[in-house]
Design a protein around this ligand. Structure first.
Ligand code: NAD
Ligand code: TYD
Length: 351
């Protein structure tokens, strides 16, 4: 086949996760002649409710499976002869990587190797293997300077080390086997459908429920935040117009100290819930710092902006207001996660 009436087939791994679901939605809607196949194991982070609005689209297929399972992955590649792969499936939370590093080594390193082998054996011409990576592979900045495409790798958490290893494998397959590849390293994303273990959705949920807000250390660590829709727009652009073999740094130019961000979230949730100004700031609780906590991430996205004409579409404040509104209006989505119900969705709707 494998693509039937479609011009091409694209594989998205990890498409039921936060960024993956936004990417799947974009590809399904923007390219109706393309078959978009979403391969996802549905770990705790995978949630098919993220994709309700496209699940019946004729050009979308969901396949439940593990990127580490070479037999299943090879069979899928043989069936669809994918033009390209957008590789997002990963263990993605730094705190979990500190308590359970080996599951990060398995999924993020071994899984990437399995996919590269399959792509090498079965790919269709004209496409690329696109590794979606993180700025965390570059390590930690002091208060000055920025990460660029040429910054030396210096990962410092099991998560970032596993992503760095995967990036190295992808580049090695390009140089050794001439596999057409792309890599992008993006800063912290925020937006709808993010699993509420990450800073922004966790804080919004806790503020809403008037629970304490655990800020690590003194809250002075800096992250550079990007609206998830701007990230997937960049991914689409890079896949279709980027130069094979190249790396692109993606970032919003939005550096915020964690404590300032948490205060902003408190004030904005108070406003949207009509609570008196200042109500929620008192919920902030400084807790023991994360082990090896990287001080600052910041991206210089000049290459992407000048070579491909990309720029973010919203300011951080606008994006955050919309994000808060989404979490407050979609309490069912959040409740299904906290109750564990979201994990029943596959059984109910797919089998
Ligand atoms: P996420 O944790 O929300 O989603 C990960 C998805 O991968 C889930 O749907 C999960 O079920 C799936 N998955 C995990 N193990 C799998 C396996 N063995 N086989 C198949 N599927 C599996 O992650 P996210 O935040 O959406 O991040 C997606 C990608 O983007 C990751 O590779 C991450 O490193 C990268 N990234 C994330 C950010 C960010 O801020 N979230 C920033 C830059 C890069
Ligand atoms: P996180 O969303 O886990 O992303 P990353 O570690 O990949 O940057 O965390 C963002 C920042 O927020 C990071 O500096 C750690 C901090 N943080 C807290 O202070 N409290 C929390 O409960 C969480 C989850 C994160």
């Amino acid at each position: 086949m494998a693509t039937g009436n479609f011009n091409r087939a694209l594989l998205v791994t990890g498409g039921a996760g936060f960024i993956g679901s936004h990417l799947v939605r974009r590809l399904v809607k923007h390219y109706p002649d393309t078959l978009v196949v979403n391969l996802d194991l549905l770990t705790y982070a995978g949630n098919l409710e993220n994709l309700r609005d496209v699940e019946n689209a004729p050009n979308y297929r969901f396949v439940k499976g593990d990127i580490c399972d070479a037999k299943q992955v090879n069979a899928l590649f043989e069936q669809f002869k994918f033009e390209g792969v957008f590789h997002l499936a990963a263990e993605s939370h730094v705190d979990r990587s500190i308590s359970d590093p080996m599951s990060f080594v398995k999924t993020n390193v071994l899984g990437t190797g399995v996919l590269l082998n399959a792509y090498r054996a079965y790919r269709a011409d004209g496409g690329k293997f696109y590794q979606i990576s993180t700025d965390e592979v570059f390590g930690s900045l002091t208060d000055v300077g920025f990460f660029t495409e040429t910054t030396a790798y210096d990962p410092r958490s099991p998560y970032s080390a596993s992503k760095a290893s995967a990036d190295h494998l992808v580049r090695a397959y390009h140089h050794t086997y001439q596999l057409p590849i792309l890599i992008s390293n993006c800063s912290n994303n925020y937006g709808s459908h993010q699993f509420p273990e990450k800073l922004i959705p966790l804080m919004i949920n806790n503020i809403k429920q008037e629970k304490s807000l655990p800020v690590y250390g003194e809250g002075i660590n800096v992250r550079d935040w990007l609206w998830v829709d701007d990230h997937v727009a960049a991914i689409d652009l890079i896949y279709h117009q980027g130069k094979t073999g190249e790396t692109y740094a993606i970032g919003g130019g939005n550096e915020w100290r964690n404590i300032d961000l948490v205060h902003f979230l408190c004030d904005e949730v108070d406003t949207q819930l009509n609570r008196p100004k200042g109500t929620s700031r008192g919920l902030v609780t400084f807790v023991r710092d994360r082990a090896g906590h990287d001080h600052r991430y910041a991206i210089d996205a000049t290459k992407l902006e000048t070579e491909l004409g990309w720029k973010p579409s919203v300011t951080f404040e606008e994006g955050l207001r919309l994000t808060i509104k989404w979490y407050l209006e979609n309490s069912d989505w959040l409740n299904h996660i906290t109750s564990g119900n979201y994990q029943e969705y596959y059984k109910k709707h797919y089998s």
